[in-house]
Structures are given as C-alpha cells and as structure tokens.
Write a new protein. Structure first.
Length: 764
C-alpha cells in the first residue's frame, strides 16, 4: 500500500499548509474547498495564495505549488478518485465532516481517509459509515505550521486496518519528514491535552504569585528547555482565538477545568488575537515590542527577568537548569515549584488515558511544542523524590504511575510501562542517535570540542561540539586527525554532522579572527587561512568519500566544508549561505573558488561559444548579496547543492541517510581530479566594477561595500591581465590575499566587532 498522490479537502490555514508540505516533498496534491459565488475556485485559490505569501514560508520552493491542482467540493470531488490519501481539514464541527465523509465514501472508495481534527473523537465522526470506510479511516493531527512542527499524531480506531496505519506512518515519516506519535482516541490526543493545560496553569499560577508576562516567559523558555517563545509568545503565535477554541473543546469533552481567565477572554472579545491581529499578550509598535500588563490592560515596555541566579543557570546543562529553577528564591522559585508540581501531576494522572506509553508522551511534547525533553524525562532529571516532595508541598496525592516507578521512568535503555514493568525503548528504523552510539562505546577519538564516532559498516562520523558549530583552530586540527584515522584504519568513509537542534555551523570563530587582526598577527592569520583552505581541499582529495550532512544554519566555513565534500545529504530545512560580506570579508575557505568553478564549469560544458561571464556574475551576486537559502530545495536552485546531492525530509534520519551515501560511494571510490577553468581577467573585473559603481551612485552600496565587491571581483576574474587558464590553487591564493587585505581595514574590523556584539550586520 503506497501513497503517491494526496488530496486535501479544506484550504484553510491547516489544509493549505498540509498541501504545501506535501507538494514541497514532490507529491502531487488535489486541494479542494467550498465553491465561491463568482469564481468557483475562489476559496481554494485564496488558501494557496496565503501559503505562497506565508512568513515563515510554507513552501520549500514556490515552484512546487505547480504540483497542486485546485478544485471545489461541489464540482470537483471526482478529482479525488485517484488520490491514495485524502486529508479532511474543514470546519471543526461534526455534521459538516460527516456529510463530507458520506460523499468521499462514494467518490474515493479505495483511498485512505483521515481527519485533521484537533478535538473531535474519531468514534463520533465515524457514525453512519460502512465497514470499508472505517477500515481506511484514522486521525492525522498535524501541528501548525505543518512545514516546521515535527509532530504528526496518528489516531487509529479499533476498525483501522493495520496496513493503513503502516502506510500513513511510513509516508509521514519518510516523505513528509514527521515524527509520528500514535495516540489514543481521547480529547486533545497527547500534545494539546498536556500542552494546553500547561499553558493555562502557567497563566493561573502567574496571577497567584503576582508575576508579569515578561517574568513568566523568561522562566518558561530556554531555561526550562522550551522554545524562545516560551508561554505567552507561543500563544500569540498560535492565536488566542485558537487557544480559546481548543481549551473550550477540551473542557467540554473531558469535564476538566480548562477555563481561561476573564482578562484573556477580554482580549479575544476585542480582537487582540496575537500576532495575526497585531496585538495579544505582546504588541509591536514600530521596532519595539510591548508587553501587556494584565492588571491594567495597558501595554508597557518589556522588562525581561535578569537575576544573578538566572545568570548562573544560563549556560548550564538542561538538567542543572531544571534543578536550579526549583531552588530559585522568592516568588520566582514559588512559581516554578508549583508549575512543575501541577503539570507533572496532571501528566502522571492523564498519560495512560491519552497515550500507549510514556515515550509517546515525551515525543509529543518534544515534537509538537518544541520541548528539549518531555515531561517524564524532566521528572527523571530533577529526581523522583523531588517530584514527590513537590506534590506534598502543594497538597497533591502521589499518582499510581509514580508509585510504580523504581527510581526513574527511564533506565538502561528501558522505560516504565503503565503496567509497572520496564520495556526496551522502541528503536526508530533508519535512525542513528549519536548519544546511543557513544553509550555503546563507539568513540574512536575525542577532543575538547569534537568526537570521532564509529557508525558501523566502516563509516565514521566527525562531530563538532563547539558552540554554534564554529570552526576554530582546535576543531580544524581534530578534523585532520579524524581524516588521518579513517585513512589509516581503512574505513569506508566519513560523515560530517552532529545533533544540535538548530545550527550546523556558524563558520569560523570571528572573535579569534578579530583578536588576531587587532593584534596585527598577520603571519598567524595567513597561516590559519591557508590551513582552512587546505582542510576544505583535503575533504575533496581524501582517498575515501566524505559526506556532509548539514541542517539549519550552515554559514561561512560550515557551508564551505559542505561544498567541498563528495556529497551533501542535507536536511530539508537548510539555511545555507556564504555570508562573509556581512562582516566585511569574502569567503576564504574555498567558497569563492568553489562557486566560481561550479558556475563557470556548467557553462563551459556548452562549448567555446558559452558566455563564461554569466557564471562569474552568478557567483558574484550569490556572494556579494550574502544570499542564504530558506530550504534545501532553494539551496539546490542557488547552486549550493548539486544534482547528485540528496535531501532528507526527516531530520531524525539525516545521519543514517548520510552514512548510506558513504556506503554508496565507497566501492571503487576515486577522488575528484584537480580542475582548471578559463578566468576572464581585466575585462570581467571592469564589468563588475562598473556595476559596483552604479550601486554606489544609487546609494545602494557604501564605499566599503564597493571595496569588498572590488576584491571579490578581482578573485572571481582570476586577477588582472588577459583571460587565461587558472587552477583551483590559483584562485585559492587570490581568495586568501583578498581576505587578509579586507581584514586589515578599520571598517571591516568595525563590522566584525558590531556583529559579535549585536548579532546584526553593520553598514559603514
């Protein structure tokens, strides 16, 4: 049972978002909505247009929108006949859904039918449907926005065919890139049931201890292992109206207290719904963000919480942060202790009603709400005796599940089942977790900031643990040691990757670069730049395949090392760029050379009549404008990824996919031979410098911008003089010389210092 074509009924925010995700994955989609009066496709068109304009972008490549065929639910239901999977994402009411299912049962008798409902039980929706429909039906609860949130909850019914569940699971994991949690058919399923209750409790306890919104978001964000959006910013992003709808449905279907405070209801009544309305718990005024003072209803200047105790926890490991937050003095500690107690208690009492095991509960909060670790892992981190003490402190009984725990919920690769027995944590097929590799004693080499790991089958992995994946002297030295080790021990090849949730590499360590420049240590800088270049070239010239597996932010040197690997196995969410001009430099780890050779070689294949300047121009624009991809698909369009490079939709599978690429290349591997191209010389430089002059005259480039551009042009054209053949080393030498020249200027040093201080570029 395979899914090759997807239908989506309902072109609202969720439905159109699901369609955009499937199309981004390369799957043909039929998107239907109710008919308009004058234009029968009005609502389907509007849904698609919203996704094309969405920020952050819903499509990984807008060209993939061509895979979506639009229609309406009165005239075009027949378009769904050849869809293998149809997702219903219409209004959150029972009767319209039932009416639609009756029509789908006849129109698509073989398709898998799923609902994206967030609160209506499957049993209610299935009333009146035949046996065949019931066997092909289940819930598929995506989280908004579908492209970015990893969680997909699957809710099978007692009638769901196991092969249907298997097909949707496989498609969701491998094609759409989702983390799958199988949930019970209970109100709110897993993530919303626990996550929404946690948000409501945070609001209530904030009022109890007289904290501000800013204080709560300071305490419940990264310090707690949660996203930067914490509690109230998350609600603003979701929409207060959505929070109200979900909490009301949960209260109705569970009989539990999910009521929002009246002041929150007041915001909703006056249309302050969060980011989409311009104001909610926060309000943007010009460049300033104001925070609601819920006691007065006025918006006031932000006052983020800063205390010595919190400062000491900022860079601590997560488990130390959790324990430290529970020991904070005063009302902040009181707030954290009560919030941890009531949410842990609710989780323990509710888990068996909504999930099949505690692993699913943890994954649901990690993947759906962006927690670093789920609630059961959090309880293990602070210690179960501490959890019991917190329950006693707040007058809460000890739940039965806690009584069954023998010291911790997880131990020795096992988890506590609801029956009190421990079971092996399920292995995810096709997933390699580096923590498990280390725990199995597969460490080959270990440095201060790096590790060389054995992934099995003769494939090693080089892990860069430096902050933001920066590439300092120690990391470069250890990478050479790793390359030596792999060669000496006859391994099949090497993967470059790690498991940071957001950043593959921010490039070279700018702080060290600036320090050397300010001290005038030019011999050391010249040597370091040369070594950086030669490291990139060694990745390409090694006698075994090197595969980079980048993800998230992949900038500067991180991009350059990836570009010089034999293959890139990229995660779909790849934000790759050669951004050195932002700090007044040009790429000097082989990045300038590489883009020139790629683009020029592509044109040279068309013969002597090809205009090689178009390749130079393309490289110049890419680097001079510091263009950064917003996805791996866009990185391919920009030239960072080649036709042979591959994309993993599911981040969990990235390292395993990269390992397989090494094994694909290893038999009879021969490294790429050195290349030469025809450089354009003075004529090309003149053309680019004229363009720079025009930008400067139009006020679109400063004098220093033009200086940087001129150095870049000089390198890309192979230096002054007549057109001639040049080698890769020729361009590397020019690249290094230009980099050092720019680094020696006052304005470039000012740009670097400003970026290090503010995280933003300086235009001087």
């Amino acid at each position: 049972m395979q899914i090759r074509k997807v239908g989506v009924v309902g072109a609202g925010t969720m439905g159109a978002g699901i369609a955009a995700l499937a199309a981004s994955a390369g799957v043909p989609v039929v998107l239907l909505d109710i008919p308009g009066k004058e234009d029968r496709l009005e609502f389907a068109k509007k849904g698609l247009e919203r996704q094309l304009k969405a920020r952050p972008a819903a499509f990984m490549d807008k060209a993939r929108a061509d895979l979506i065929q639009l229609g309406n639910t009165e005239d075009d239901l027949k378009l769904l006949a050849d869809c293998d999977w149809i997702v219903e994402a219409i209004i959150e009411k029972v009767e319209p859904k039932r009416e639609l299912y009756a029509r789908l049962e006849a129109a698509a008798p073989k398709a898998i039918i799923t609902t994206n409902t967030s609160s209506i039980p499957m049993s209610i929706l299935l009333e009146g449907r035949g046996e065949g429909f019931r066997r092909r039906f289940l819930g598929t609860h995506f989280f908004n926005p579908p492209r970015y949130l990893h969680l997909l909850e699957l809710i099978p019914t007692p009638d769901t065919d196991p092969q249907v569940l298997k097909a949707v699971t496989r498609f969701g994991e491998r094609i759409l890139g989702k983390g799958i949690v199988v949930a019970k058919d209970a109100p709110g399923f897993v993530a919303n049931r626990l996550g929404v209750m946690g948000m409501i409790q945070a609001i209530r306890i904030m009022q109890e201890f007289g904290l501000s919104i800013d204080e709560v978001d300071s305490l419940t964000g990264p310090l707690l292992g949660r996203p930067n959006s914490a509690t109230f910013r998350t609600a603003d992003l979701t929409g207060l109206d959505v929070l109200k709808l979900v909490s009301t449905e949960l209260a109705h279907n569970t009989g539990e207290d999910f009521a929002l405070p009246e002041w929150v209801n007041g915001l909703i009544e006056k249309g302050a719904l969060g980011e989409k309305s311009g104001a909610g718990f926060y309000k943007k005024v010009g460049k300033d963000i104001l925070t609601l003072d819920y006691t007065t209803g006025e918006y006031v200047a932000q006052q983020k919480l800063r205390t010595p105790e919190l400062g000491a926890l900022k860079d601590a490991p997560l488990h130390d942060k959790l324990r430290g937050l529970l020991k904070l003095p005063g009302k902040h500690g009181q707030f954290m202790r009560k919030l941890f107690a009531v949410t842990a208690h609710y989780t323990l009492e509710t888990a068996e009603k909504i999930a099949y095991d505690i692993v699913a509960v943890d994954h649901a909060l990690e993947w759906g709400f962006g927690w670093s670790e789920g609630p059961f892992k959090n309880m293990d981190a602070v210690g179960l005796e501490t959890v019991r003490e917190l329950f006693r402190e707040h007058g809460l009984s000890e739940p039965e599940l806690l009584k069954k725990a023998q010291g911790s919920f997880y131990k020795n690769g096992s988890y506590l089942g609801f029956d009190g027995h421990y079971y092996p944590v399920p292995k995810q097929e096709g997933v390699i977790k580096l923590a498990e590799v280390k725990a199995a004693g597969k460490v080959l080499l270990e440095g201060k900031e790096t590790t060389l790991l054995d992934l099995g089958d003769g494939v090693a992995l080089f892990e860069n643990r430096a902050k933001m994946g920066t590439l300092g002297e120690g990391v470069i030295r250890d990478l050479h040691k790793a390359l030596d080790w792999v060669e000496a021990h006859g391994y099949n090849g090497l993967v470059l990757s790690h498991e940071d949730p957001r950043t593959y590499s921010a490039g070279a360590n700018l702080a060290l670069v600036l320090m050397a420049a300010q001290e005038g240590d030019w011999d050391s800088m010249a040597l370091a730049t040369h070594q950086f270049q030669q490291t990139a070239m060694r990745l390409r010239r090694s006698p075994f395949p090197v595969v980079s597996a980048p993800f998230g932010l992949t900038l500067g040197g991180g991009a350059e090392f990836s570009l010089h690997s034999d293959l890139i196995q990229a995660h779909a969410e790849l934000y790759m760029g050669l951004v050195e001009v932002g700090v007044g430099l040009i790429p000097a780890g082989g990045g300038t050379k590489e883009m020139l050779f790629r683009f020029t070689s592509e044109l040279a294949a068309y013969g002597p009549e090809a205009d090689l300047f178009q390749g130079v121009k393309r490289a110049f624009q890419l680097i001079a404008l510091a263009q950064t991809s917003t996805s791996a698909l866009e990185a391919r369009n920009m030239g960072f990824l080649r036709g042979q490079d591959r994309i993993s939709m599911n981040r969990d599978r990235l390292i395993a996919d990269a390992k397989q690429r090494v094994l694909d290349l290893a038999p009879d591997y021969v490294p790429q031979v050195p290349m030469k191209i025809r450089a354009l010389g003075a004529e090309g430089i003149g053309n680019l410098r004229y363009a720079l002059w025009q930008f400067q005259e139009a006020g679109q480039a400063s004098e220093h911008d033009a200086r940087i551009g001129a150095e870049l042009a000089y390198v890309l054209c192979g230096g002054d003089g007549p057109a001639r053949e040049v080698s890769e080393q020729d361009i590397l030498d020019l690249e290094r010389e230009a980099f050092l020249k720019l680094l020696g200027t006052r304005k470039t040093q000012e740009r670097i210092a400003h970026t290090l201080k503010t995280g933003k570029p300086l235009r001087n």
